[in-house]
Structure formats: C-alpha cells, structure tokens
Design a protein. Sequence first.
Length: 112
Amino acid sequence: MDGMTFLGTAGLFIVTAIAEIVGCYLPLLWLTDRAPVGILVPAALSLALFVWLLTLHPTAAGRVYAAYGGVYVATAVFWLWVVEGIRPTQWDLLGSAIAMVGMAVIMFGARE
C-alpha cells in the first residue's frame, strides 16, 4: 500500500471516529443538562454520517470495523484531551499506540 492510500485510509478513519464521538457526546450533553433537547438532531445526523463513512472503505466490512476500532480508541483519547480538557495519561497513550498498531496490522497486512 502506498503512502497516499495509507494517509487516505487513516484520514477517513479519523473523520469517521469524530463523527461517531460527536454523535454520542452530544446526547451526553443533553442527558447531563448541559445542552437543550435540540442537540439530538445534529447528534443523529452525525451518527448517520458515521455509518455512511464506514461504507466508503473498499475492503471487507468486518476488517474495516475491526481496524476502525483502533483508530476510534486513539481519536477518543485525543477528544478527551482537546474537548474535555483532560490530559491523557501515559497509559492512555500507550493503549492508543497499541490500538493503532493493531489497526495497521489488520488493514495493511499481507493478503493472499
């Protein structure tokens, strides 16, 4: 796999993870009385975007979902830091790195 394909795949996974996190975070804001009920509309749209983005990968769905999980973990830790203002611990970062290695093995490993 060439560098552009790798960057495109990784970028698409990151955008997909952000769409999923936003779609789940916005209802949390509503449930904890930090946002009005109207926040559920963009939350639903974000989750619909998340599902659509997962369909854009040109490989087996199960492989995409498995690899996406690794990127989701790393993106969620970044969200924790940037949006929630909680600095990741060394364990958060190590776990994210391990998850990303798993994603790379699944997505870019040799195929028969």
